[in-house]
Design a protein around this ligand. Structure first.
Ligand code: NDP
Length: 400
């Protein structure tokens, strides 16, 4: 049984805390759980909800995860076996440094980003591989839904459905509606940086760039969701998947957006509100996107408002026994069902459940090997089983 420290008490952190408490209660996966974040009151509110819903006690703490000595002091006090990092991508390297210094395993859900450039590259975290390996510690990167489950779906397809994968399309559909004029489903700053970045996909051994949101297709989603327009974007899991998914020739990522969302984003972009560089305002430096994020609804507040479903999955085309074969692996998640279970909407839920499962895989030793790893480099089977058990059941259908 592992002693766990979760860092980050936002929308995703709340789901991770509830789900880890379930795994502790029903499977004894964790002996104790501490939730730490910049604002301790948020940790305390989540701990109260966990106590009420599951009768599990969480400890809470305050920490600035950008301050490595402060993090190390917390790690020495709590003595966790592993850290689940669901703060923001800016904190990844600091938390990895602290884990190395204190001999603690590491799990996260999003790749490191420098504050001043929206890069979405694993190079900074992959550069920690030797240090984690030499310390005998595991770092598991990107254990959310996308990245995360989408990587594991691809590994599972290659293990059980296809001998080779040639074409991968990851398609992320949020068919939910929160009734707000404009809001993002997870941290607004991170979300808008991602959506306004240039598109990029992998084609025959090289990256092809596209203007932001300039390519689209319509995909007919299952379970009554129906046809939706999806836009090609760059998404971080493509970088590791084109390395690790042998034989892949084309890899793309698509996401649905409503016309309303895109119109708002266009206007905000046109007037400079999505800029990530500082501008002088009344003698002070302000970063427009950070100011905008303060004005937008807190994603956690969308929980009680959001209705409808998400459908995220991989379409994989390849070869089985010498014949062409295409499979679609996907999950359908209902915003209101998630809210009833843990008090969060489906975007936080679909990220928080796999973050818990990845953490549990490292804690139990099933996914423990020294070094820095992406999700598709581990055995997909126990993770896929846990998705079914912990609220994200999946389907695999052959596409004719
Ligand atoms: P939120 O903004 O809701 O929460 C972030 C939390 O991190 C807040 O509690 C915040 O504290 C805390 N935090 C920020 N900076 C620090 C710091 N320096 N020290 C300590 N705590 C800090 O974000 P989300 O919950 O929506 O997202 C969490 C992570 O999940 C992000 O990295 C995001 O990119 C990732 N994600 C991954 C997805 C996937 O599928 N892989 C999908 C969606 C999100 P405070 O409350 O004080 O601001």
């Amino acid at each position: 049984m592992a002693n766990l420290l979760i860092i980050g008490a936002g929308g995703v952190g709340s789901v991770v805390a509830h789900k880890c408490a379930q795994a502790a209660k029903y499977e004894q996966a964790f002996s104790s759980i501490t939730l730490a974040s910049r604002t301790r009151a948020k940790c305390d509110a989540i701990a109260q909800s966990v106590k009420k819903r599951l009768d599990v006690d969480l400890s809470t703490a305050q920490v600035d995860a950008d301050n490595v000595p402060e993090l190390c002091a917390l790690l020495r006090d709590v003595k966790p076996d592993l850290v689940c990092n669901v703060a923001l991508p800016y904190q990844d390297l600091h938390i990895m440094d602290a884990c190395l210094e204190c001999g603690v395993h590491y799990v996260d859900t999003a790749n490191y980003e420098p504050l001043d450039t929206a890069k979405f590259e694993y190079k900074w975290q992959w550069a920690y591989n030797e240090r984690f390996r030499d310390a005998g510690l595991t770092a598991l990167l990107g254990s959310g839904f996308d990245p995360g489950v989408t990587n594991v779906y691809a590994a599972w397809a290659l293990k059980h459905q296809l001998d080779e994968v040639h074409v991968l399309d990851i398609i992320d559909c949020n068919a939910g509606d929160h009734g707000q004029p404009f809001a993002t489903n997870f941290n607004p700053e991170i979300n808008i940086r991602e959506v306004t970045a240039r598109g990029r996909y992998w084609e025959r051994g090289e990256w092809v760039e596209t203007d932001p949101l300039s390519w689209s297709m319509t995909y007919d989603f299952p379970d009554g969701i129906g046809p939706k327009k999806c836009y090609l974007m760059y998404h971080e899991e493509l970088e590791s998947l084109v390395r690790n998914l042998k034989g892949v020739r084309r890899a793309r990522f698509w996401m649905t957006f409503s016309e309303n969302y895109l119109n708002h984003l266009k206007v905000l972009g046109n007037v400079g509100m999505t800029r990530i560089d500082p501008v002088k305002f009344q003698g002070q430096d302000i970063v427009p996107i950070q100011f905008l994020a303060k004005l937008l609804p807190d994603p956690a507040s969308l929980g009680p408002l959001t209705k409808g479903k998400t459908c995220i999955g991989d379409v994989l085309r390849g070869v089985k026994n010498g014949k062409e074969k295409t499979v679609y692996i996907y999950n359908i998640c209902d915003h209101e069902v998630c809210y009833a279970e843990v008090g969060s909407q489906a975007i936080s839920y679909t990220t928080g459940v796999p973050a818990m499962i990845g953490t549990k895989m490292v804690a139990s030793g099933q996914w423990r090997k020294p070094g820095v790893w992406n999700m598709e480099q581990m055995d997909p089977d126990p993770f896929m089983e846990d998705l079914n058990r912990y609220g994200l059941p999946w389907q695999c259908v052959e596409v004719k």
